[in-house]
Design a protein around this ligand. Structure first.
Ligand SMILES: [Fe+2]
Length: 363
C-alpha cells in the first residue's frame, strides 16, 4: 500500500506572484513576512510581493532578519515581537531558513501557550496560521514539505513537522529570483536538492509516485547544475533547477530524508559548512550502501550521474574540516541514533559512520 499527500498549491513561472496573488485572499487580510537581511531585496522578490499584496489590499508587516540556520532563540524573538500582531497568515520568503522559520511561527502565533520545544510534539497542536512559501534558492524544497529544521539551544539541528499543518498552503516559484545567487549558494542549494532526490529515491519509504518525481529531479539536476554553475544567468537552466528542487521537496515530503542529512547537520552547525555540501559529502556512500537492497535503483542513479563521487567532485564539492576525537564520538553516536537511519538502506554501523566522518576530517 502507498499513499500520497502534498497539499500545497504551487504556482510556477515568470511573474507568478503577480499572476497568482489573488490566491492569497483566501488566507486572510493581514500577513507577517519573514525574510533574510539582503537577498530578497536584491533579487526583486520582496518588491514584487509587497506590491502585489498592496494591490489586493492585504496588509503586511516585515521581519527581515532571519539568519541562516535559524535557531530556537530567533523563533522566540520573533514570537515575542509579533505575538500581538493579529496576523492571519505567514509568508516565508527566501531560502530554506525563512520558510522553515515561517512554519515555526505559524504554529506558535496560533498557539500562544506553546513554546518552541513543543513544536517537536505535533500532538500538542491542531491549528496553525496558514503559510505561503516563496523560495529564492533552488534547493531546500521547503515550499512543498511539512518539515522545518531549527537549531536547538545546544547547537544541534533538529527537524519538526506536523502531518498537515506545516505544509505551506500556497507556494510561488519564480526562477528569476535565483538568477543572482552566488556560485557558492548555487552549488550548495543544488546539491541539497540532489540529496533530497537521491535519498528519497533510495529510502525505504519511497513510493511509485515519489520515484517518478525523484527520477525526473535527478535527471534535471545532472543536466542543469553544471549549466547554472557555468552560466549563472541561464534562466532556462535556473528554472529547471527550481523545478528539480520542488520535485525533490515533494519526494521527501513522502519519504523524509535519510542518514546523509543526519550526518551533515553537525558539519553545518559546528563547522560552518553549508547544508547542501555538508549533506552531499556522504551521498556517494548512500548510493553504494543501497546496492544490495535496490540494485536497479542504484543503476538508475549511476546511469544519470555517472560515478556519484566523480559527479560531486565535478560540480565542485570539497568538504574538509578539523574534527577532534570528542566531536567524532559525539557525532557518530548522534547519527547512529538518528531517526533517519530506519529509512536508510544498507547497514550504517558505528564503524562506517566513524569512517565517514574520518573521510571529511582535515588531517
Ligand atoms: Fe536538505
Amino acid at each position: 500500500m502507498w499513499q500520497y499527500f502534498m497539499p500545497t498549491k504551487v504556482y510556477f513561472g515568470e511573474k507568478c506572484i503577480e499572476r497568482g496573488i489573488e490566491a492569497l485572499r483566501s488566507l486572510g487580510k493581514r500577513a507577517l513576512i519573514l525574510t533574510g537581511r539582503r537577498s530578497s531585496k536584491e533579487n526583486g522578490s520582496l518588491d514584487d510581493l509587497t506590491r502585489a499584496l498592496s494591490q489586493i489590499g492585504i496588509e503586511w508587516e516585515l521581519f527581515d532578519d532571519v539568519e541562516e540556520n535559524p535557531t530556537f532563540a530567533l523563533v522566540r524573538n520573533i514570537v515575542s515581537e509579533y505575538r500581538d500582531g493579529s496576523f492571519d497568515f505567514v509568508i516565508g520568503l527566501g531560502g530554506g531558513s525563512p520558510m522553515d522559520t515561517a512554519k515555526a511561527i505559524a504554529v506558535l502565533l496560533k498557539n500562544p501557550t506553546l513554546n518552541v520545544e513543543d513544536l517537536y510534539d505535533a500532538s500538542r497542536y491542531n491549528e496553525a496560521l496558514p503559510i505561503c512559501a516563496i523560495p529564492t534558492t533552488a534547493g531546500t524544497g521547503s515550499e512543498v514539505t511539512q518539515y522545518s529544521v531549527l537549531t536547538d539551544d545546544a547547537g544541534f539541528k533538529k527537524g519538526f513537522s506536523h502531518p498537515a499543518l506545516t505544509f505551506p498552503k500556497i507556494a510561488f516559484l519564480d526562477a528569476r529570483y535565483t538568477l543572482n545567487l552566488s556560485e557558492a549558494l548555487t552549488r550548495s542549494t543544488g546539491l541539497d536538492a540532489l540529496c533530497h532526490a537521491v535519498e528519497g529515491f533510495l529510502s525505504r519509504r519511497a513510493t511509485v509516485l515519489s520515484d517518478l518525481y525523484a527520477k525526473e529531479s535527478i535527471r534535471l539536476i545532472a543536466e542543469n547544475l553544471p549549466r547554472v554553475l557555468k552560466d549563472p544567468t541561464d534562466l532556462r537552466a535556473r528554472e529547471n533547477m527550481l523545478l528539480a528542487s520542488c520535485l525533490a521537496g515533494m519526494v521527501i515530503s513522502q519519504t523524509s530524508t535519510t542518514i546523509a542529512h543526519a550526518l551533515g547537520y553537525p558539519l553545518t552547525t559546528f563547522k560552518g559548512i553549508r547544508h547542501g555540501e555538508a549533506t552531499a559529502a556522504f551521498l556517494d556512500v548512500i548510493v553504494e550502501q543501497a546496492m544490495i537492497e535496490v540494485p536497479e535503483k542504484v543503476d538508475f542513479v549511476r546511469s544519470v550521474l555517472g560515478d556519484v563521487a566523480k559527479f560531486l567532485e565535478y560540480v565542485g564539492l570539497n568538504v574538509r574540516v578539523p574534527i577532534n576525537d570528542e566531536e567524532l564520538m559525539l557525532w557518530t553516536s548522534r547519527a547512529k541514533n538518528a531517526p533517519h537511519v530506519q529509512w536508510t538502506r544498507g547497514n550504517f554501523t558505528e564503524e562506517l559512520i566513524r569512517y565517514l566522518y574520518e573521510r571529511v576530517k582535515l588531517h
